[in-house]
Write a protein that binds this ligand. Structure first.
Ligand SMILES: Cc1cc2nc3c(=O)[nH]c(=O)nc-3n(C[C@H](O)[C@H](O)[C@H](O)COP(=O)(O)OP(=O)(O)OC[C@H]3O[C@@H](n4cnc5c(N)ncnc54)[C@H](O)[C@@H]3O)c2cc1C
Length: 358
């Protein structure tokens, strides 16, 4: 039986741990923050993410998220650019997803206050993972799910190509019964056809919605925290009343300015018995809407591979197989995100970009 250690208790790390403990495999998750946090707003789980969740025994239809059945894309003049149905998607708060992944887990599963320091290597294999609090933990397999600025990735010898993303986001969620009811199950995106500005409104159920603003930081100077309200007021005057109303009704101090990261997928996804997963392996620009969905897919595949493994000596080959299976599609997603970002900042005259959401 393989003993696994997971670094990072985000969606990917917790999904992987869930896949393992439900099969009876010994696993520990090590997370740098001191306690479970409700930080973050939310995301759209698409059909592939929902399917992954079901495989982990969490049904998204089971009071977890709000079904999203259509997307409408509108110009800021009000003209409808596209309106189409989508299948099997739900919008949900990040903390609800993390709670669902933890439901039923053994209490000792996640060790908080464990910030990764390094791996202790014995040749090409890691013997243990060491943390900044002085603790270390031995395992047969290590999975690094420590997010877009992964320290584990650096410790595996993979240089980071991370650059600040040109398109940044401001995200918030709010109670708004009237508008939430009007949106129903529709995700609404409003774009400036000249490029560089967009707003998305996503109903969450329970009278709430998430909004997110995307802006080209080379055209619109990134606001400091105290300037977010003025930024929204100045740059979204020409957007429809519903957008101005939502932005104006939000306490700007509760909005999160998201400094996106533009990075290549890791040059390698594993070294011996250490594998990268989720954003640590393939940071995606938010345009793809695939960050959380592909992280859940990674977790499902890794847990399936590890479940069937009896001999720790097989782990490096399993991780190589995981990389071979996942990397081609993810390289495509990284490039698709960049292409969407390019057409967002400079749309072709005949074509509006159709990015989805944060
Ligand atoms: C606080 C937070 C809020 C977010 N909010 C949103 C949102 O509103 N909308 C959206 O679309 N996406 C959001 N994201 C990003 C989104 O969750 C990820 O892109 C996606 O789910 C992939 O998940 P992941 O598990 O690979 O990475 P992440 O979700 O980034 O999880 C990585 C985890 O690793 C931990 N970690 C990092 N470094 C270390 C270290 N050195 N040692 C130990 N632990 C470490 C982090 O604290 C985090 O818990 C958020 C991410 C975070 C961390």
């Amino acid at each position: 039986m393989i003993h696994a250690a997971v670094i990072g208790a985000g969606a990917c790390g917790l999904a992987l741990a869930r896949g393992l403990w439900r099969q009876g495999l010994p696993v520990r998750v090590f997370e740098r923050v001191a306690a479970p946090s409700s930080n973050g707003h939310g995301f759209l789980l698409l059909a592939n993410g929902c399917e992954s969740l079901r495989r982990l025994g969490c049904d998204p239809a089971d009071n977890l998220g709000h079904p999203i059945t259509s997307v409408r894309i509108v110009c800021c003049s009000g003209d409808v650019h596209a309106d189409y149905p989508i299948d099997g998607a739900v919008a949900l708060m990040r903390h609800r997803l993390l709670e669902a992944l933890l439901r039923g887990a053994p209490p000792e599963l996640v060790q908080y206050n464990h910030q990764f320091e390094t791996f202790e290597w014995a040749g090409q294999k890691a013997r243990a993972v060491r943390f900044q609090n002085g603790h270390s933990h031995e395992a047969d397999a290590f999975i690094a799910a420590d997010g877009v600025r992964s320290s584990c990735r650096l410790a595996m010898g993979c240089a980071s190509t991370a650059q600040p993303g040109r398109v940044k986001e401001i995200v918030a969620h709010m109670q708004h019964p009237l508008l939430a009811a009007e949106l129903g199950h529709r995700f609404l995106k409003v774009l400036d056809p000249s490029g560089g500005l967009a707003v998305g409104l996503v109903p969450l159920g329970d009278n709430r919605l998430i909004w997110f603003v995307q802006f080209d930081s080379e055209r619109f100077a990134t606001p400091r925290r105290a300037e977010v309200g003025a930024f929204l007021e100045a740059h979204f005057r020409h957007f429809p009343a519903v957008v101005r109303h939502v932005l104006g009704a939000t306490d700007p101090s509760r909005a999160h300015l998201w400094h996106t990261v533009d990075a290549d997928a890791s040059s390698r996804w594993s070294r011996g018995n250490v594998a990268l997963a989720g954003d640590a392996a393939h940071p995606l620009l938010p345009f793809t809407s695939q960050g959380v969905n592909t992280a859940l897919e990674d977790a499902v595949l890794l847990s399936r591979l590890l479940k069937d493994c009896r001999d720790p000596g097989e782990v490096p080959e399993l991780f190589a197989a995981y990389e071979r299976e996942r990397q081609p599609a993810l390289l495509h997603c990284v490039e698709a995100g960049r292409q969407m970002a390019r057409s967002f900042v400079q749309p072709a005259p005949s074509r509006l970009p159709l990015p989805l959401m944060a």
